[in-house]
Design a protein around this ligand. Structure first.
Ligand SMILES: NC(=O)c1ccc[n+]([C@@H]2O[C@H](COP(=O)([O-])OP(=O)(O)OC[C@H]3O[C@@H](n4cnc5c(N)ncnc54)[C@H](OP(=O)(O)O)[C@@H]3O)[C@@H](O)[C@H]2O)c1
Length: 299
C-alpha cells in the first residue's frame, strides 16, 4: 500500500489536497500529509461555502495535481439543506475546475453511485445515463458536469459504499449497535460492493504515477456484491468484541424510514478502471476485512 504513495512522492509533483479529516482525506493525510510537496487543507483553511478564495490558493501553491475529497456527504441532511449541498458539491467544484484549467493543474475528484436511480438490473457502466433521485446525488452529478464543461484535465472516480478506519461509516455504526442491547434491522434489498478509502487512494496514486490519460470518468468499486444486511452479518462474524446475542434481521427499504431516496442497485461495471490499472479489482471481503478487524480492536 505505502508503495504507491512512496512512488508518487518520489515523482516530486506538487499536490494540493482538499479535505483533511474525512474518510478519504484522512488516508491521504496519513500517507502524504507530511511531505513538503503536498499541501492538504481542511475546511478551516479552505471552506467550500466561500469558494471565491479557492483560485488564489491554487495559483499560489501552483500544484500539478489537485485532489478533491471535500464534499457535502450527509445524504439525508442534503434534503433539508439543498443550497448548502449545491454550494459545496457543485458551485465550489465549478470554481475548482475553472481554476485547475487556468493553472494547468489536473483535477482529481470523487463522485458517487447516487447519480443513478438504481433501477438497472445489471452493473452500471460510466456511459449509462444518470438519473439522481435525491439532492445529494443531484448536486454531485451537477458537480461532475461542471468539471467536464470547464475543459480542465481531470479524473472523476465515481465510488460507492466507501469504508474507512477514519470518520463515520457503516462498520463503526454496526460495531456500535452490536454492543448495545437491542436487535438490529438492516435493509437487504440495496446491493453494492464496499470499497476502502485506502484502496481508492491507492488507485488514485497509481493513476497519477502512470500518467494515465486525463479527462475521464471511471467507476470504482470492488468485485462481488452484498446487501447492507449481509454486510452487517459479515461484520458480526468477523468482529470479536461484540455482544454475540444480538440478532440482525433483514428488512425491506420500504420498512426503513429515510428522508432521502436510496438506489437499490449500486453495482459498477469495472472494466474501464481494470483496463487502465492493468489488474483486477479485489473482492470486497479481501479489501474490507482488515478494516473490520482494525476497528473491532478499538471497541
Ligand atoms: N461515503 C461514501 O459512502 C461515498 C460514496 C460514494 C462517493 N463518495 C464521495 O467520496 C468523496 C469522499 O467522501 P468521504 O466519505 O471521505 O466524505 P466525508 O468523510 O464526509 O468527508 C467530507 C470531507 O468534506 C469536507 N467538507 C465538508 N464541508 C466542507 C466545506 N464547507 N468546505 C470544505 N470542506 C468541507 C470535510 O472537511 P474536514 O476534513 O475539514 O472536516 C471532509 O474532509 C466525496 O466526494 C463523496 O461524495 C462517498
Amino acid at each position: 500500500m505505502t508503495n504507491y504513495f512512496n512512488k508518487l512522492l518520489r515523482k516530486n509533483h506538487k499536490i494540493l489536497i482538499f479535505g483533511k479529516y474525512g474518510q478519504l482525506g484522512s488516508v491521504f493525510n496519513k500517507y502524504l500529509g507530511k511531505n513538503s510537496n503536498v499541501l492538504q487543507l481542511g475546511r478551516d483553511d479552505a471552506d467550500f461555502l466561500y469558494s471565491e478564495h479557492l483560485p488564489k490558493i491554487i495559483r499560489e501553491f501552483n500544484p500539478k495535481y489537485i485532489i478533491n475529497t471535500s464534499a457535502y456527504t450527509d445524504v439525508n441532511g442534503a434534503e433539508s439543506n439543498p443550497d448548502i449541498a449545491n454550494e459545496i458539491n457543485c458551485n465550489a467544484v465549478k470554481i475548482l475546475a475553472q481554476a485547475s484549467k487556468m493553472n494547468n493543474s489536473t483535477l482529481i475528484h470523487y463522485s458517487t453511485d447516487y447519480v443513478f436511480d438504481g433501477k438497472k438490473k445489471t452493473k452500471y457502466h460510466s456511459s449509462d445515463k444518470p438519473n439522481p433521485r435525491n439532492i445529494y446525488g443531484k448536486t454531485k452529478y451537477e458537480g461532475e458536469k461542471r468539471i467536464i464543461e470547464s475543459g480542465c484535465d481531470f479524473f472523476i472516480f465515481r465510488i460507492s459504499w466507501l469504508i474507512s478506519e477514519f470518520g463515520k461509516n457503516f462498520i463503526k455504526t454496526i460495531l456500535t449497535k452490536l454492543n448495545e442491547k437491542n436487535d438490529l434491522s438492516i435493509v437487504n434489498d440495496q446491493i453494492g460492493s464496499p470499497i476502502s478509502s485506502d484502496l481508492v487512494a491507492e488507485i488514485t496514486c497509481k493513476i497519477i504515477i502512470n500518467n494515465i490519460k486525463t479527462k475521464k470518468l471511471f467507476h470504482l468499486s470492488t468485485q462481488g456484491e452484498v446487501s447492507w444486511y449481509d454486510f452487517a452479518l459479515y461484520i458480526s462474524q468477523i468482529a470479536r468484541n461484540i455482544n454475540k446475542n444480538i440478532i440482525i434481521n433483514p428488512i425491506k427499504t420500504s420498512k426503513y424510514p429515510s428522508r432521502a431516496f436510496r438506489p437499490k442497485n449500486s453495482l459498477f461495471d469495472l472494466s474501464e478502471i481494470e483496463t487502465v490499472i492493468k489488474s483486477q479489482m479485489p473482492f470486497w471481503k479481501d479489501d474490507i476485512t482488515p478494516i473490520i478487524k482494525k476497528l473491532d480492536l478499538n471497541f
